[in-house]
Design a protein around this ligand. Structure first.
Ligand code: SF4
Ligand code: SF4
Ligand code: SF4
Length: 313
């Protein structure tokens, strides 16, 4: 419970920094490893997915990759990798504004006593592969634009068409303009209609399941691909596990492996957002831990689990 409380507090501080930081002179730059959206006026940092599409996609396809643009793209890539090395997937569990909005919706659903929609774990794992396809789309989309396959108005196609953060996050800065259809031409109509349809579907699904969009998020895919350079890790000592299943029950992402793994210490799957709820919920002393560079930051214990072991509605 204590750990969950700290996490909530950190999430809210990061929400203020990433959503409003620019208004008081704080900006983490254009390579932030979570949905810190540049469509929010006065935000405190920009999601790297926009850079991935803009700098790398256009850099490669316009042949600028070895010039100043190439150096700039490399610089942002290194900055992104550095930020991932610092916090790993804790950017998702502790810092992402869109992740916090998702958690607010889940909290409201539970308060209203609405049960969570269930998806079989095998189906969830298959759905999780979609995030890698979306990551490929982020990189390939701008190249298709420069090859003339896509209209030039699709210049950052993931942000424009598929990211629910683009219309939803600016709402917290009082901006509703991304909820309008753009009738300039057929391409802008497709872009804005797609954005509204995806956002509506995501909102409905986020009410039904916690962190639903995170299952499909290309940022999570990208951070997971950098797992070998990430010091922050979720570890398990299978010998200390009781097999009670609490870790999976409290996990918003419904990660099964934390509970079922019987041999390996590495239980950080591609869908894990490193929120630490399983560590906080597990009552087996030392069975689960969050570690940084091999050192335990926090580990499970009966005391830590108090108040968190009730099954989710
Ligand atoms: S996976 Fe979820 S928490 Fe992580 S960047 Fe994507 S939306 Fe944010
Ligand atoms: S909550 Fe702890 S003891 Fe229970 S299954 Fe998960 S790791 Fe094992
Ligand atoms: S496995 Fe644990 S750390 Fe990962 S998302 Fe689930 S509860 Fe959070």
């Amino acid at each position: 419970m204590l750990l969950k409380g700290y996490r909530l507090a950190i999430q809210h501080v990061m929400f203020i920094v990433l959503m409003y930081g620019g208004r008081f002179g704080v900006n983490l730059g254009p390579a932030v490893p979570c949905f810190a959206c540049p469509y929010v006026t006065g935000c405190g940092g920009y999601c790297y997915l926009m850079g991935l599409q803009g700098y790398i996609g256009f850099g490669i396809s316009l042949g600028h990759f070895w010039g100043f643009e190439g150096l700039r793209a490399l610089g942002y890539l290194l900055l992104f990798a550095g930020l991932v090395m610092l916090l790993g997937k804790a950017w998702c569990g502790f810092a992402c504004p869109f992740g916090l909005i998702s958690d607010w919706i889940t909290l409201a659903r539970r308060r209203l006593g609405i049960p969570e929609a269930k998806i079989p774990p095998a189906a969830l794992r298959r759905l999780g592969a979609v995030k890698y396809a979306l990551l490929g789309f982020c990189a390939a989309g701008p190249i298709l634009v420069n090859l003339g396959v896509l209209h030039r108005d699709f210049y950052i196609p993931f942000c424009q068409m598929l990211c629910p953060g683009k219309p939803l996050l600016p709402l917290f800065a009082g901006e509703t303009r991304h909820f309008a259809l753009d009738l300039t031409n057929a391409a802008t109509l497709v872009i804005t209609a797609s954005s509204l349809a995806v956002t509506g579907a995501c909102l409905a699904a986020m009410i039904a399941r916690p962190r639903f969009f995170c299952t499909f998020c290309p940022m999570l895919a990208l951070i997971h691909l950098l797992k070998p350079i990430t010091p922050l890790a979720l570890r398990k000592n299978p010998a200390l596990c009781h097999g009670c299943g609490t870790c999976q029950r409290v996990c918003g992402m419904d990660v099964e492996r934390v509970c079922t793994e019987k041999a390996s210490a590495d239980v950080q799957t591609g869908d894990c957002v490193n929120c630490g709820d399983c560590v906080a919920g597990c009552a087996a002393d030392g069975a689960l831990s969050l570690q940084f560079a091999g050192r335990t930051v926090v580990s499970s214990s009966a005391g830590l689990a108090l108040g968190l072991r009730k099954p989710r509605p």
